[in-house]
Design a protein around this ligand. Structure first.
Ligand SMILES: CC(=O)N[C@@H](CCC[C@H](N)C(=O)O)C(=O)O
Length: 371
């Protein structure tokens, strides 16, 4: 596969972003492409909307795993190139189109020239939510093809093409989604004293949440509480009987996330009393931190240094990744791949530089051959 092929595949995938566990077209396209590779050493196992491909080694003693996530995000794309998302309201705004393309590029090369060990390429659904890694770990794929070492990459818009970055230890945060539903008494906008206004309750709640990180979490720890969506009411002159907040909690220390949840629950109790309403909290999906194995990161750094690729020591980030669950059970690492986009991850104008595809394929192939 040459650079033009990689770009074509990436653009085709970019056009069909799908929500977690609904990646039907994506799975179909990926499997069609895998079917066009030399088949002699390949074996495929499907799981939900994902799958894994094993490339049989000549004298296997280990299994090396590489994981790519395959879902899109509920974001309306604002780019105007010809291969813009064809699924309105969804976009590959977290680079999973790159992750999949790079996995395919490396898989094709391994299918042509396998190594001594077995290699498993894992195409995992639902990274953005509700989380595919944890249930996939319990599947037949991981019981029969359990890797001895596993790695994955994530695009980094802020890094130039030709740079990769990682670190031993904690790379990504612990996360929990956060959904808060308010139910009170609605009514006529002119009679607020006869109602329990859920728009007011939800607004006050958002304000109170800001106090958790600044006043309840130890300043030497790190935490984020973000509300990304607020909904409530139906019309301008009716006091709302329902409101909903949607957000996420991030911490670098797994224990701190429980403290943050406890404080959110205390705020909820206070608001139930002061706004005379009921509040239901749902923590959605929770991701375990991405913790890189020191030995494999050092080895990866040495591999990078033999290629024409720059290395940058990474800092821990508040991003989340359910790949953390795989690293909890299997030694390995995740790394950032520079794609040089003015707009960042989860932005409707994210526009990664496609020159990074070739860099990604080379480094993933080289790493698999050298680990
Ligand atoms: C790399 C990245 O951006 N990952 C997502 C993971 C989302 C987890 C979950 N849906 C949540 O929002 O907590 C991220 O937002 O960091």
């Amino acid at each position: 596969m040459n650079t033009a092929d990689l770009i074509k595949i990436r653009r085709n995938l970019h056009e069909i972003p799908e929500p977690g566990f609904q990646e039907y077209k994506t799975q179909h396209l990926l499997l069609e492409l895998v079917a066009s590779f030399p088949q002699a050493h390949l074996q495929i196992r499907k799981w939900e909307t994902g799958f894994a491909v094993k490339v049989a080694g000549s004298h296997p003693e280990r299994i090396i795993g590489f994981r790519a996530d395959i879902d899109g995000l509920p974001i309306m794309e604002e780019n105007d190139y010809p291969y813009v998302s064809g699924h309105e309201g969804y976009m590959h705004a977290c680079g999973h189109d790159f992750h999949m393309t790079i996995a395919l590029g490396a898989l094709e090369r391994l299918a042509e020239t396998p190594i001594k060990d077995d290699v498993v390429f894992i195409f995992q659904p639902a990274e953005e939510g509700p989380g595919g890694a944890l249930p996939m770990l319990d599947s037949e794929i991981f019981s029969s093809w359990r890797p001895d070492v596993i790695f994955a990459l994530h695009i980094a818009p802020e890094l130039p093409v030709g740079t990769v970055s990682s670190k031993p230890g904690l790379l990504f945060a612990n996360t929990s989604e956060l959904f808060i539903d308010f139910k009170g008494k609605g009514g006529h906008a002119a009679y607020p004293h006869l109602t329990h206004d859920m728009v007011a309750a939800a607004s006050s709640f958002v304000t109170q949440l800001q106090q958790i990180v600044s006043r309840r979490v130890d300043p030497l720890e790190s935490a984020v509480v973000t509300i990304g969506k607020i909904t409530g009411g139906f019309v301008q002159n009716v006091i709302a009987e329902n409101a909903r907040l949607e957000g996420t909690i991030r911490t670098l220390n797994p224990q701190i996330i429980d403290q943050v949840k406890k404080h959110i629950e205390q705020i909820a109790k206070g608001h139930e009393i002061s706004f005379d309403c009921s509040i239901a909290i749902d923590y959605g999906s929770n991701y375990y931190q991405v913790f890189n194995d020191e030995h494999y990161v050092q080895k990866f750094k040495q591999i990078v240094e033999t290629e024409n690729v720059n290395w940058k020591d990474a800092s821990s980030a508040m991003t989340g990744e359910d790949f953390g669950y795989m690293l909890k059970e299997i030694p390995g690492f995740m790394f950032w791949l520079g794609v040089d986009s003015v707009y960042g991850l989860h932005h409707s104008k994210l526009d990664p530089d496609e020159d990074a595809l070739e860099v990604g394929v080379n480094i993933v192939e080289k790493t698999i051959r050298s680990l």
